[in-house]
Design a protein around this ligand. Structure first.
Ligand SMILES: C[S@@+](CC[C@H](N)C(=O)[O-])C[C@H]1O[C@@H](n2cnc3c(N)ncnc32)[C@H](O)[C@@H]1O
Length: 351
């Protein structure tokens, strides 16, 4: 059937309407008229596959990757970069409205990636029965991949080496630099922009900084100079060991569950003399913050809370709670992963 695409939802699928229901179609652009086949009928919506484009969008471009459309990694290579950002910006705003209950989310402009391809400093490939690559989209079947155009050349060189070595079945993380095996932001240029942003947002805060989910101290290392005390918490022992390596006397890194440790640390801030101007950064995994952690943050109310998120849906869910105790000053999306559906964002909250 012919469909008028009115929007592109978070995750990358185009949205249209047919038979009184929403229809989701991948690899289309808002404003396009397309011909699509309905592949699945659900209670509340339909799923379709693109057959042909009747009226293309002026934002349509040629995907650079031969695996695009099959590989589960990228969803936006057919859209020019500026429009990718416009769509993602709208997706964040809509999510904050719908799930976060924020009528007018204080959205800042997108921080773009200076490079649209060749940015990933690490990829994880899977090997099974001689097939080396990524998963097909919406499948657990493996797609054989020779080269990934969103990865740095060095990462692709390692992929070629791995392929030549006839590896055993398993998962292999290929990294552009021999960094320790701990979490590291995947796009160096956007990671640097994120540090600048968080540094700027923290303005004149100088008291104590708690860096929750600190990894190897990505934020703490940048900020340690201006805070009297920095406490990093992460349950990854290797990350904490790496953070401790060059720690100053004002830095403390604790290998623990944030859920168990955050309350005690916030209590010690609250009882310390000269409180005020204290800040907490949280950078949790995609699942967001637990109920206990939200309650702890609301009970002890640090002066400023920076919430760095890799999942707009859980960010919105958590802001819906946090807004009872904090004022939300701004939400800045960052494009850590061009061509993909992923969105990173930093929210700035004040007690
Ligand atoms: C998105 S990464 C952020 C790391 C760091 N902020 C950075 O930018 O490099 C999330 C981190 O949270 C840690 N983590 C996840 N759940 C945790 C928990 N319940 N308690 C402590 N650390 C946790 C992981 O080990 C990982 O290092």
């Amino acid at each position: 059937m012919e469909l008028q695409i009115t929007d592109v939802a978070f995750g990358g699928k185009g949205v249209a309407r047919a038979n009184g229901k929403a229809v989701f179609v991948p690899y289309v652009i808002d404003g396009e008229i397309v011909s699509a086949n309905i592949t699945r009928e659900r209670k509340k919506f339909l799923e379709a596959e693109l057959e042909s484009i009747v009226t293309p969008s002026p934002h349509r471009v040629e995907p650079r990757c031969p695996y695009f459309g099959r590989c589960g990694g990228c969803v936006y290579q057919h859209i020019d970069y500026e429009h990718q950002l416009a769509l993602k910006w709208r997706q964040v705003k809509e999510t904050l409205r719908r799930i976060g209950g924020l009528k007018e989310p204080p959205m800042r402009p997108f921080i773009p990636s200076p490079v649209e391809y060749e940015y990933r400093n690490r990829i994880t490939v899977h090997v099974r029965d001689g097939v080396i690559g990524f998963f097909w989209r919406e499948s657990n079947k493996l797609l054989d991949i020779e080269r990934c155009p969103i990865a740095l050349n060095e990462v692709n060189r390692q992929l070629a080496e791995l392929r030549a070595s006839r590896p055993r079945d398993g998962h292999y993380t290929l990294r552009a630099s021999a960094s320790p095996r701990v979490f590291r932001q995947a796009n160096d240029a956007v990671a640097a922009a994120m540090l600048d942003l968080v540094d700027r947002l923290l303005g004149s805060a100088t008291g104590m900084l708690i860096d929750a989910y600190c990894g190897a101290g990505f934020f703490s290392k940048r900020l340690r100079g201006r805070f009297g005390k920095v406490i990093g918490i992460d349950w990854d022992q290797h990350a904490i060991a790496s953070a401790r390596e060059d720690a100053n006397e004002n830095e403390l890194y604790i290998a623990a569950d944030v859920e168990a440790e955050l309350g005690a640390r916030l209590r010690s801030i609250a009882s310390a003399s000269g409180e005020g101007n204290n800040a907490v950064i949280v950078d949790p995994p995609g699942t967001g913050l637990s109920k206990t952690i939200l309650e702890t943050l609301m009970e002890y109310q640090p002066t400023q809370l920076i919430y760095v998120s890799c999942n707009p849906a859980t960010l919105a869910r958590d802001l819906a709670t946090l807004k009872q105790s904090f004022r939300i000053d701004s939400i800045t999306p960052l494009d850590m992963f061009p061509q993909t559906a992923e969105i990173e964002a930093a929210a700035d909250l004040h007690a």
